[in-house]
Write a protein that binds this ligand. Structure first.
Ligand code: HEC
Ligand code: HEC
Length: 364
């Protein structure tokens, strides 16, 4: 029965609405709902191999082949030097590729000049830890003006030449899929890579520690890290730099973060008028997050629903708005902000919705 209701719904309502309805289905139901047969075909082996060009750190995926440093010099001079300089030293279109590494670094696997303030520029070979990345990057993306135009042989040879310029291999070296892992053991910064640090603070903890989950997954989203305020608008307004559809748009970084909204603990009594005079210690933000309002509403950027700042700006001076909005959250509905509906929330106690909505109304 469920299924036929759903397919009828699908006939009559828009796809966006359908997506919202999926929110309220279990994963199994959702899977059943979107199972479509008779469309598409299997990709051919040739199609797959055209896409499947990645090379892993253990060199899985690398094409068979070889190239000498000597041949590589020709490739470099005809296809790379115009941008990266004859010796990979050019600073013109990008930071230099070669330089800054020593024989000692090759022994230790850590590039000393990376932490030397006298080093003027960080080069690619100072930083890159895995030879596979160099192969993958060049094969995939270079030359800049003609990516994917190199053969595996040209890639091996130009790498052999680059590595010989950095004195990691000899001038007559032949690099191949067979000896990549040996050369890896000579990469100057092979031990220099770590992911155990914060994104904004090298002494901090990693800010993401995701666990893959296939069952008994958390149902409640808790935001545990945010851009620190000083980094918030460092690269201009993120909202303007992201595509404007899909659930994860860039946050409006010219506005304050959710954290800097009014202290959720100073709320909330029976209605908005009292709230100012009768603060109680309920954390509205917790209630907001616990009820997954944050899946669709963020502080300043539009997600599925309008941002808290927008809701506040629109309604905060309207008398009697609180009860109307509380009812809207309970019953769901669309039209105030567009055609995407908010689902009803019959399971949340009215008093909790009140707390959240009061807090949202304060929030810009
Ligand atoms: C038309 C200019 C141009 C040419 C020609 C060119 N490159 Fe580049 N290369 C760039 C630019 C620009 C970047 C930076 C791209 C980016 O970061 O998005 C780059 C980046 C690189 C990097 C990555 C550096 C890093 O530290 O991230 C490598 C390695 C590289 N090029 C190698 C080559 C090789 C090898 C060739 C010749 C086969 C080549 N390039 C030809 C412009 C060029
Ligand atoms: C699945 C997404 C979704 C969830 C979850 C959600 N909302 Fe909404 N919300 C929306 C959409 C979409 C709108 C815009 C509706 C419209 O245009 O009338 C909206 C609008 C609102 C409005 C403004 C209503 C108006 O008429 O202007 C408030 C207030 C609101 N939501 C509060 C909440 C609260 C509180 C929660 C958590 C209990 C919540 N929302 C959960 C999607 C959602």
């Amino acid at each position: 029965m469920f299924k036929s209701v759903k397919s009828n719904l699908l006939k009559y309502i828009g796809v966006q609405t359908f997506a919202i309805i999926l929110f309220s289905l279990t994963a199994a139901q959702a899977q059943q709902a979107i199972k479509v047969t008779g469309i598409g075909r299997l990709a051919t082996p040739a199609e797959i191999s055209a896409w499947d060009i990645d090379v892993r750190p253990d060199f899985k995926g690398i094409p068979k082949g070889e190239g000498t440093a000597d041949q590589g010099q020709n490739v470099w001079e005809s296809k790379c030097a115009s941008c990266h300089g004859t010796f990979g030293e050019s600073n013109e279109v990008f930071t230099p590729i070669i330089g800054g590494t020593t024989a000692e670094d090759i022994k230790t696997g850590r590039v000393a000049s990376l932490t030397d303030p006298k080093q003027p520029q960080r080069t690619t070979l100072m930083k890159v830890a895995t030879l596979s990345s160099l192969y993958d990057y060049i094969y995939r993306a270079m030359p800049w003006n003609a990516p994917r135009s190199l053969t595996p042989e040209e890639t091996y040879s130009v790498m052999a030449y680059m590595l010989s310029m950095a004195e990691i291999v000899a001038d007559d070296f032949t690099l191949s899929d067979q000896n990549m892992s040996e050369v890896q053991q000579r990469m100057p910064n092979r031990n220099g890579m770590t992911t155990e640090h914060g994104m904004w603070n090298a002494n901090g903890k990693p800010d993401v520690s995701a666990k893959a989950c296939m069952k008994d997954c958390v149902t409640e989203i808790k935001i545990t890290s945010e851009l620190p305020d000083y980094a918030r608008n460092a690269h201009g307004n993120l909202a303007e730099q992201n595509r404007i559809f899909g659930p994860y748009r860039g946050v409006n970084s010219t506005m304050p973060s959710l954290k800097s909204m009014p202290d959720p603990k100073t709320l909330v009594a029976a209605d908005a008028k009292d709230a100012v005079h009768a603060p109680v210690t309920i954390n509205a933000l917790d209630v907001f997050n616990k009820n997954n309002c944050n899946a669709c509403h963020a502080a300043t950027s539009k997600l599925v629903g309008p941002s808290i700042a927008e809701i506040s700006a629109k309604y905060k001076d309207q008398p009697d708005i609180l009860s109307k909005l509380v009812m809207k959250v309970q019953k769901g509905g669309s039209g105030a902000w567009g055609s995407i509906p908010m689902p009803p929330h019959p399971q949340i106690p009215e008093s909790d919705i009140r707390i959240i909505v009061q807090w949202m109304l304060k929030g810009s």
